[in-house]
Design a protein around this ligand. Structure first.
Ligand code: PMP
Length: 358
């Protein structure tokens, strides 16, 4: 609708600023050097090695690149392959709404039963006592996402410790979507499952270069899981994509080796968030707290559903948000809209000018 209406598209989550020239040159170089054939099924060894090094420095998680790292076609494939590998007919998977839209269908396509729990607004925290009540003998997996799309909330150390206790007690696999690991604000630290000893042995952590290097269109991500789980994930990955394109993997291996290329990301996006918030000051749209990801939620007062409000804004105001009810299985409508602020200043200035009139 945004395209049809010529509206400024702050709906879908993708950056509208360029990818690093250096990274593009590296890909070009790898292609020219002749790295244009199939990569090994689990991923290019050079990239898996660099990832293992980065995990050691970032999360103090010793990682065996041969047996624990799998390069996938984006975070989405890592999620799908993990579910395809580990979920059988009738297995229950606990997930939290609002949620990224691939989770529920990935579970259903593999015969699993999604058990949706709603996060608690306005901070979108997890009610762990509710989680306990939903665990049955059929519960196989619990999915978490931090920093969180669409709400911008982050899980705390306490959340991870509670998750660790529950997962160990009930023998659950944890699928942790951490694609926004580096987009985190206000000096908060990203609580990865990889930092918690009880979770490391039973978790899959999912990451995406699309988010970290502003290149969502390249669709390169990876999963980190202990050897016994990785073995299963690769059985699915082998027949979903087999392998991911070679030159991009080799270029990423070199680019990722320099921490300068990713350590600034939180600050970079915090500035964008603040720029956007400043631009919409004076509007009747009320921002909610946002501690990570590149999404800002706002509430509004008028008597329209969030879908009607989004349609009206796209058609009449020519700025497109996404209604948050779209991320709920039961279409809960808290009258919230999601804006993506991963945009250049010019786009945010134009959008802000319009949004201030609402
Ligand atoms: N998880 C979440 C929470 C996301 O927002 C996205 C991208 N929108 C993904 C996973 C998928 O990442 P990728 O584009 O690498 O498949």
């Amino acid at each position: 609708m945004a395209l049809e209406q010529g509206a400024i598209n702050l709906s879908q989550g993708f950056p509208d600023f360029p990818v690093s020239e250096k990274l593009i040159d590296l890909i070009h170089q790898k292609m020219k050097e002749g790295h244009n054939q199939y990569a090994p099924m689990p991923g290019a060894p050079a990239l898996r090695k660099t990832i293992a090094d980065v995990l050691q420095t970032t999360y103090q998680r010793p990682t065996d690149f041969e047996t624990e790292v799998t390069i996938t076609a984006g975070g989405t494939e890592a999620i799908f392959a993990s579910i395809a590998a580990l979920i059988s007919a009738g297995d229950e998977v606990i997930l939290f709404d609002p949620s990224y839209d691939s989770y529920d269908p990935s579970i259903r396509l593999n015969g699993g039963v999604p058990v949706h729990l709603n996060l608690n607004p306005p901070d979108f925290s997890i009610d762990w006592s509710e989680v306990k009540k939903k665990i049955t003998s059929r519960t196989k997996m619990i999915m978490v996402n931090t920093p969180h799309n669409p709400t911008g909330s982050v899980l705390s150390d306490n959340d991870l410790k509670t998750l660790e206790k529950l997962a160990v007690e009930h023998n659950l696999i944890v699928l942790s979507d951490e694609v926004y690991e580096r987009i985190i604000f206000e000096n908060k630290s990203h609580e990865s499952v990889l930092k918690y000893p009880g979770l490391r042995d039973r978790s899959i952590a999912v990451f995406s270069f699309g988010k970290t290097f502003h290149a969502t269109g390249w669709k390169v991500g990876y999963s980190i899981a202990p050897e016994n789980i990785t073995r299963e994930i690769r059985k699915a990955h082998q027949f979903i994509t087999f392998s991911v394109n070679t030159p991009v993997q080799l270029a990423l291996a070199e680019y990722l080796a320099d921490p300068e290329n990713y350590l600034h990301l939180g600050k970079f996006y915090q500035q964008k968030r603040d720029f956007f918030l400043n631009e919409i000051k004076g509007s009747s749209l009320e921002p909610l707290p946002c501690f990570g990801s590149y999404f800002q939620l706002v509430s509004y007062e008028v008597k329209k559903s969030d879908t009607e409000m989004s349609e009206w804004m796209t058609k009449e105001m020519k700025v497109a948000p996404i209604p948050v009810s779209a991320f709920y299985n039961d279409k809960t409508d808290h009258k919230l809209l999601r804006f993506c602020f991963a945009k250049g200043e010019e786009t945010l200035l134009k959008a802000g000018k319009i949004l201030r009139n609402i």
